[in-house]
Design a binder for this molecule. Structure first.
Ligand code: DC
Length: 223
């Protein structure tokens, strides 16, 4: 199985790029951020604060999360509910960044991620895929862009959503970068053997073409 790990900060375009590349190459796309988001959503919907570590750990006991694929799209099922369309709000984004710093939450989601990667040719994106989850991935990419550019892209996606301004998105991105890079367990960090791709001045099509070329080269090397 070929495993492609894509890591990078919030808003670098990981998911849209990985999704497009997976479609073109026939790989399965696994969005691991959605798993952390579903844990955050589950906690928030039970009135557990994403800051309340003890309550979060206790609540994990009753939680079952799985990934399924419908029409090629990943769906996340948390406690029997398809939460895929409910986990993209700013509240859940920040909650995910917080719950993901809890070591028990990371352990809880670890096996699920390993299992999907063992069974499929996969493109998996997240923060610690190349460093922790799939250290043996044949191709590792660290995808980044300046914070302003990332905020601009996110704003374009969310424009028109009530209460969302460019400034609020930029502030959220900077705060999440800080949380994600400075947590004690599995912080966001480029793996030593990852290829750095800075997309600040690239179009999405250019990034997709570049990644598909890298995957082709990896497949040739592995065959
Ligand atoms: O990629 P995303 O924005 O959907 O991720 C949401 C949060 O989940 C992110 O701020 C940090 C956390 N996360 C993580 O800690 N490890 C991963 N592999 C993926 C996401």
């Amino acid at each position: 199985m070929i495993n492609v790990a894509i890591d990078g900060p919030a808003g670098a375009g990981k998911s849209s790029i990985a999704k497009a590349v997976a479609k073109d190459t026939g790989y399965i796309y696994a969005d691991t951020g959605a798993l952390y988001r579903s844990v955050a959503y589950y906690m928030i919907s039970r009135n557990i604060s994403p800051d309340d570590t003890a309550e979060i750990i206790a609540a994990l006991d009753g939680l079952e999360i799985s990934l399924t694929y419908k029409d090629g799209q990943q769906r996340v099922i948390a406690a029997g509910e398809d939460v895929s369309d409910k986990i993209r709000t700013p509240e859940v984004s920040m909650g995910a960044s917080k719950v993901s710093a809890v070591p028990e939450v990371r352990t809880f989601l670890f096996d699920l991620q390993k299992k999907i990667a063992a069974e499929n040719n996969i493109i998996m994106d997240g923060r610690d895929i190349g460093t922790v989850v799939l250290p043996d991935a044949q191709l590792k990419i660290f995808l980044t862009a300046s914070a302003e550019e990332r905020a601009r892209r996110r704003f374009a996606e969310l424009e028109g959503t009530e209460g969302v301004t460019f400034e609020s998105i930029l502030a959220d991105i900077i705060k999440r970068d800080e949380n994600d890079m400075n947590r004690a367990v599995s912080p966001l960090k480029q793996a030593d053997d990852a290829v750095l791709v800075d997309t600040t001045d690239m179009t999405i099509e250019e990034v997709i073409t570049l990644l598909e070329k890298m995957i082709k080269e990896t497949e040739e090397k592995e065959s």
